[in-house]
Write a protein that binds this ligand. Structure first.
Ligand SMILES: NC(=O)c1ccc[n+]([C@@H]2O[C@H](COP(=O)([O-])OP(=O)(O)OC[C@H]3O[C@@H](n4cnc5c(N)ncnc54)[C@H](O)[C@@H]3O)[C@@H](O)[C@H]2O)c1
Length: 263
C-alpha cells in the first residue's frame, strides 16, 4: 500500500494554526500532499507550518495569514497557492468561531462575526477553490466543510453558532449539486466534543466530562476527525457527495450535556 496516498496533490486548509485544522495539515502533509496552512494569526500559521516540516522533513507546508471572513483575501490566497503549485485538488474550510450568548441578549455585531467567519468564510473558500479546480482541470476535486453537532442538535447560548453550522450542512448539499458536473465532491463533517487546545483551556475537565455523556465513553480526539477527512478526500469516497458525517462517538443519538456545562 502507498504510505503517502496524496503524493502530488495539493490541499488548502483554513483555521489551521492549532486544533483540528492543524491536525488536518499534519496528516495531509504526512500523506504526501503539498499543504497551504491558513490562520488569521500570522505568527501562529508560520510556527505551525515549521512544526509540521520539522516533524516531516521534505514536507511542503506553506503558511497563509488571513481572515477567512475577508473574501478578497481568501480568493487571493487560494489563487496564489494554486498558481504556485499548478494545481488544487482539495480544500478544507475548517475555520470556525464560537461566540456564546443568550438569544435575547445577542448583538448584531456578534451575529455578523460568527456568520462572517463560519458561513461566508466557508462559502467563499469553497467557491475560490472550486473555481481553481475547474480552471485547472482537476480530476476528482474534493471540498470538505467543517460543521458541528450543534448544527443538528439545539444548544442553549450557542444558537448563532448552531445556525451557522446547520447552514454548512445544507451548503454541502447545494454545492455538491452545482459542482458534480466538474467531478468535485463536497461533504461536511460534524465533530462532537473534541479535545483541542481551545476546549481544554476553556475547561480542564473537558475530556472526562464529555466522555461521561458520550455513548462510546470518550470525548473525540483530533485524529478522529482527521480520519474521516482522509477518507472523504480519498478515491474510495468518489461516489459520496452532499453528505455529512457525524464523528461524535454517538453523542448526538441522545445529546446529553454535562451537568455543570455553562448555558
Ligand atoms: N473542537 C471542537 O470540539 C469542535 C466541535 C465541533 C466543531 N468544531 C469545528 O471544527 C473547526 C475547528 O475547531 P477547533 O476547535 O480546532 O478550532 P480552534 O478554535 O482551536 O481554532 C483553530 C484555529 O482557527 C483560527 N481562526 C479563527 N478564526 C479564524 C479566521 N477568521 N480566519 C482564519 N483562521 C481563524 C484560530 O486562530 C486557530 O488557530 C471549527 O470550524 C469548529 O467550529 C470543533
Amino acid at each position: 500500500m502507498n504510505q503517502q496516498p496524496f503524493t502530488g496533490q495539493s490541499v488548502f486548509i483554513t483555521g489551521a494554526g492549532v486544533g483540528i485544522g492543524f491536525g488536518l495539515c499534519r496528516a495531509f502533509a504526512a500523506a504526501g500532499a503539498v499543504v497551504a496552512l491558513n490562520d488569521v494569526e500570522g505568527a501562529l500559521a508560520q510556527a505551525a507550518a515549521e512544526k509540521i516540516i520539522g516533524e516531516w522533513p521534505g514536507a511542503t507546508v506553506i503558511p497563509y495569514a488571513f481572515d477567512v471572513a475577508d473574501v478578497d483575501a481568501v480568493q487571493n490566497a487560494i489563487n496564489h497557492f494554486a498558481q504556485q503549485h499548478g494545481r488544487l485538488d482539495m480544500a478544507i474550510a475548517n475555520a470556525g468561531i464560537t461566540q456564546y450568548g443568550k438569544f435575547l441578549e445577542y448583538t448584531a455585531a456578534d451575529f455578523d462575526r460568527v456568520m462572517g467567519v463560519n458561513l461566508r468564510g466557508s462559502y467563499f473558500t469553497a467557491q475560490a477553490a472550486a473555481r481553481q479546480m475547474i480552471e485547472r482541470g482537476t480530476e476528482d476535486g474534493r471540498i470538505l466543510l467543517m460543521s458541528s453537532v450543534t448544527g443538528v442538535r439545539a444548544f442553549k447560548s450557542l444558537g448563532t453558532y448552531g445556525v451557522s453550522k446547520a447552514g454548512i450542512i445544507h451548503m454541502a448539499r447545494v454545492l455538491a449539486l452545482e459542482l458534480g458536473e466538474y467531478g468535485i465532491t463536497v461533504n461536511a463533517i460534524c465533530p462532537g466534543a473534541v479535545i483541542t487546545e481551545r476546549t481544554v483551556a476553556d475547561d480542564p475537565d473537558y475530556a472526562a466530562k464529555w466522555g461521561g455523556v458520550t455513548p462510546d465513553g470518550r470525548a473525540g480526539e483530533v485524529e478522529d476527525i482527521v480520519a474521516a477527512a482522509l477518507f472523504l478526500a480519498s478515491p474510495a469516497a468518489r461516489h459520496i457527495t452532499g453528505q455529512t458525517i457525524q464523528v461524535d462517538g454517538g453523542w448526538s443519538l441522545r445529546s446529553p450535556i454535562p451537568e455543570d456545562h455553562p448555558d
